[in-house]
Design a protein around this ligand. Structure first.
Ligand SMILES: [Zn+2]
Length: 297
């Protein structure tokens, strides 16, 4: 099982650039004493290897693909928050640091769940988030991520919320898979519960977003509503800083229960994750289009 999704685009993209840089060396006198080109003078690969090439592609005029976006979601911004992070487990102290979650303090971040076979939630979240970004961008949305890779630490839940606020997102979603009781199966969507001064501004819109994501997820993945949560597949919580501190409509998806063998098999299957990402995109899309047309109000 792959725990580190590769960035297949990175190598071919960088290779021509590196080749050009090496070819150009003699002209910029980057040579050894004997006049031969010094390969070590080439720029370090890290300068172009951040893996966030698509996000950096803000250049104008020289790429047909980067013209102003078209599609049903053109003009909208969606913040996608892949829960947890791959470096959290090795940074126990740092992520345990308490932060103000709006309703008492919470840990900055947590490690997340994993299946019995060791497939981690952070890897699942990251994989689904990337697939989701692809679908949303194809539909014209601008997508902002809360973390750049799956090897880092955090960010804290406060910062994850802040990224959505700063982007003035039309919708934000935090992608997770649960670590519930092994006998419990299914997905659920978490919307902000009522918390005066915190969630009253986003509760109604978040609820509509939750209902749309639930509907599309249920229909398109075949996944059942979690049988260990509320019957309607929706949960409302006031203890999640990521929701309490959000000023934009936001929900958490718990795509399945990693502790349950049947759910674990689905969550570990790349094809299922592709389906899940499309389903989430459809839910967000339904919500955004309803809001735009005024139907949501
Ligand atoms: Zn989680």
């Amino acid at each position: 099982m792959r725990t580190k999704p590769a960035a297949p685009g990175a190598i071919p993209l960088i290779a021509p650039f590196m080749a050009a840089a090496v070819l150009a060396l003699p002209a910029c006198s980057a040579t050894n004493g004997d006049g031969t080109p010094d390969p070590s003078a080439a720029p370090p690969p890290s300068s172009g290897g951040s893996g966030s090439a698509p996000a950096d592609d803000r250049g104008s005029g020289n790429g047909e693909g980067s013209a102003s976006p078209q599609g049903p979601l053109a003009g909208t911004t969606v913040v996608v928050d892949p829960g947890h992070n791959g470096g959290n487990a090795d940074a126990a102290e740092e992520i345990a640091e308490p932060v103000d979650a709006g309703h008492g303090s919470k840990a900055c971040d947590t490690v997340g769940a994993e299946t019995d076979d060791g497939y981690t939630e952070h890897a699942f979240n990251w994989d689904v988030a990337k697939r989701l970004r692809g679908v949303l961008e194809e539909d014209g949305a601008e997508v902002v991520f809360t973390r750049d890779d799956d090897e880092g630490v955090g960010p804290c839940i406060t910062e994850r919320a802040e990224i959505g606020n700063e982007a003035d997102a039309d919708a934000a979603i935090s992608i997770h898979a649960d670590g519930g009781p092994a006998s419990g199966q299914g997905f659920h969507v978490i919307a902000p519960g009522d918390l005066e001064g915190y969630t009253d501004d986003i509760a109604e819109r978040s609820q509509r977003l939750a209902v749309d994501v639930r509907a599309e997820f249920e229909e398109n993945t075949g996944q059942q509503r979690a049988d260990y949560i509320a019957e309607d597949g929706l949960d409302h919580r006031t203890d999640l800083g990521g929701l309490n501190l959000s000023d934009v409509p936001k929900v958490f998806l718990e795509a399945g229960n990693m502790s349950n063998p049947e759910d674990a098999a689905d969550l570990s299957d790349p094809q299922w994750r592709g389906k899940a990402a499309k389903a989430v995109a459809a839910g967000i899309s339904r919500y955004l289009q309803d809001e735009q047309s005024g139907e949501g109000e």
